[in-house]
Design a protein around this ligand. Structure first.
Ligand code: AMP
Ligand code: ZN
Length: 451
């Protein structure tokens, strides 16, 4: 049976997926805030929901799915970045969006059906705030509009938190404009040089949570099937989306299935811009094929944390190169229900990979059908999208980049030694060594080799 089971944060259990309408599956995933280069942690979220999309496509057909992934192009962080860098906001957001799309392509993620931008939905946002105020679910105070949390009885249901436990402690500064410390912003007044729109409450801009409520309702309706994002969005972002949407529409449910991916960590902490423990997708895809990055990010179950490391990437790269030995262009509709069942079980990629290895072993003995099956199974998770010769050429290009880098480092080391800076010379040797390159000083030359 083609039954998808998926971990649902709302019920805290693994639930059988039952769409509201199998002819129109509806999925909303919180997309990027466009102000900086996305890191591979953001890439994990992208790839996890891309995989879910691919599974849904296989089960229901692409034409029967509406997948919405928004772009947040108005936000405090964008404004701050524009101020500190002295670059106009429009340029920051359009450059970051362009870069994001390149990353999405490099990671071979499918395009969503709709990619709405927040700034193109301000009118609808104002309408929703108006409606909330009208229903006495929101209030205006000094140009700010807040959602009145006490009016929504189910607050905390998604994140399993009780209102009493949530009241911020003394360390958190609470705005005096709020009636309840947990009330959250729907509209905030803008300073003169900030992006702003006219509204009944003065010039200003919408709150972040509101954006997703408005865009999901516009494209998917008041109640839809799946809502996704990283674990950090569960609270308060998703909890607040539910509060304002359900309160406004007098509904019990915003989305039936709430799916959250676990964190990609670096040095055991969540990869994040604020901590600075990150690698951008652009950096990594300059050194590794996007398919290897994809394999690395899918190597753990999506709910579990995953530690990012060179070792993980190297292993994924080796696996990809090995699997490509059996690459076959022929497409077919072979039955791969056995291996597919691993994905139907809460997107169990570790199990899927184990089966792929087994399939590879059988297929490499010359069984043609198994080879086709293996290729199909690779394509299903978004790899084998490039022909073998393209991959080989890219590998060659990447190794030319490597060589340029190595020769440059050797040059720097020679210079350092010449001026007696042996500390720097040793540092460069160590750096090369860490990247798998051994160097040897011979006569007046420096030779190098891959270790
Ligand atoms: P942002 O642009 O910061 O709103 O993040 C975009 C998406 O990436 C959201 O779904 C986040 O939850 C997710 N995300 C951010 N950091 C990580 C991380 N270290 N690991 C996994 N997902 C993350
Ligand atoms: Zn959102």
């Amino acid at each position: 049976m083609n039954n998808l089971k998926i971990s649902n944060s709302l019920t805290r259990s693994k639930d059988l997926f039952k769409p509201i309408n199998p002819k129109n599956i509806t999925m909303y995933v919180c997309g990027p805030t466009v102000y900086a280069d996305p890191h591979v942690g953001n890439g994990r979220s992208l790839i996890v929901f891309d995989l879910l999309y691919r599974v849904l496509i296989k089960l229901y057909g692409q034409k029967n799915i509406t997948y919405v992934r928004n772009i947040t192009d108005v936000d405090d962080k964008i404004i701050e970045t524009s101020k500190t860098k002295g670059i106009p906001i429009d340029k920051i957001t359009s450059d970051a969006a362009k870069n994001f799309h390149k990353n999405v392509k490099d990671l071979n993620c499918l395009e969503p059906t709709i990619e709405p931008k927040a700034t193109k939905h301000i009118k609808e946002m104002i309408k929703m705030i108006d409606s909330l105020i009208e229903k006495k679910l929101a209030y205006l105070n000094n140009g700010h509009v807040y959602f009145l949390i006490s009016e929504f009885k189910n607050y905390g249901k998604l994140s399993n938190k009780k209102l009493d436990d949530l009241v911020p402690g003394s360390r958190v500064e609470v705005s005096k404009l709020k009636k309840n410390p947990l009330d959250f912003i729907l509209w905030k007044p803008a300073l003169t040089d900030e992006p702003s729109w006219d509204s009944p409450w003065g010039r200003g801009r919408p709150g972040w949570h509101l954006e997703c409520s408005v865009m999901s309702e516009k494209y998917l309706g008041k109640t839809f099937d799946i809502h996704g994002g990283g674990l950090d969005l569960l609270f308060p972002h998703h909890e607040n989306e539910i509060a304002q949407s359900c309160a406004n529409n007098s509904t019990d449910v915003l989305a039936n299935y709430w799916i959250h991916n676990g964190f990609l960590t670096m040095n055991k902490e969540k990869m994040s811009k604020s901590l600075g423990n990150l690698e951008t997708i652009s950096e990594v895809s300059g050194k590794y094929n996007g398919q290897a990055i994809r394999l690395a990010l899918l190597s753990a179950h999506y709910k579990q944390p995953l530690e990012w490391s060179d070792n993980l990437l190297e292993q994924s790269k080796a696996t990809l190169e090995k699997w490509y030995e059996l690459y076959d262009e022929a497409e077919s509709n072979i039955d791969n229900s056995e291996i597919f069942s691993c994905l139907l079980d809460d997107l169990n990629t570790p199990k899927y990979f184990a089966k792929l290895h087994e399939l590879y072993n059988v297929a490499s003995k010359g069984d043609k059908t198994k080879r086709v099956e293996f290729n199909e199974a690779c394509r299903l998770i978004g790899i084998f999208n490039q022909k073998k010769d393209v991959l080989a050429k890219e590998k060659q290009d990447l190794s030319n980049v490597d060589k340029k880098y190595i020769l440059q480092k050797i040059e720097e080391r020679i210079k350092a030694r010449k001026v007696g800076d042996f500390k720097l010379a040793d540092k460069i040797r160590d750096e090369l060594s860490k990247n798998g390159i051994a160097i040897k000083d011979k006569d007046n030359n420096t030779e190098w080799e891959y270790k």
